[in-house]
Design a protein around this ligand. Structure first.
Ligand code: RTP
Ligand code: MG
Length: 139
């Protein structure tokens, strides 16, 4: 995976609340190219593995419950400086602390149900993209 790619999910709350179109519009307007995309649902095992770094945190059970409760949109995005620029576009984890105009400020409802995921490093972007997509699904 090139270092100009990141991985994102529109989380179950974003899908349930009807924000897929608006969030993709923000992503397009910010200059990201969609390399791969699908509507899918994570199993409990998927979510426990994907967010395994947080397994000892008090919110882990709630996070796994939330991430598996409905459909998500998984996508790989391409742009110069993709990981950092996408984290800026989504805003802080807690929407109450997210900057104006960011996706989480606009569409997240709480620190737990915060509408979108964004990879936090080039290394994790590659791991997370491979978690959801095979080589032939990347365009
Ligand atoms: P993400 O990995 O989903 O992009 O989120 P992030 O980097 O901004 O935040 P992170 O610390 O990696 O936390 C992962 C997700 O766990 C949920 N969370 N809940 N209740 C809480 O205090 C709490 N803290 C985190 C959120 O869904 C967060 O995005
Ligand atoms: Mg994170």
């Amino acid at each position: 995976m090139a270092t100009n790619r990141t991985f994102t999910m529109i989380k179950p709350d974003g899908v349930e609340n009807g924000h897929i179109g608006a969030i993709l519009e923000k992503i397009n307007a910010a200059g990201f190219r969609i390399v791969a995309m699908k509507l899918t649902q994570m199993t409990k095992r998927d979510a426990e593995s994907f967010y395994g770094v947080h397994s000892e945190r008090p919110f882990f059970g709630e996070l796994v419950e939330f991430m598996t409760r409905g459909a998500i949109v998984a996508a790989v995005l391409e742009k110069d400086n993709a990981v950092e620029d996408f984290r800026a576009l989504i805003g802080a984890t807690n929407p109450a602390e997210a900057a104006e105009g960011t996706i989480r400020k606009l569409y997240a409802t709480s620190i737990g149900e915060n509408a979108v995921h964004g990879s936090d490093s080039d290394e994790n972007a590659a791991i997370e993209a491979a978690f959801h997509f095979s080589g032939r699904e990347l365009f």
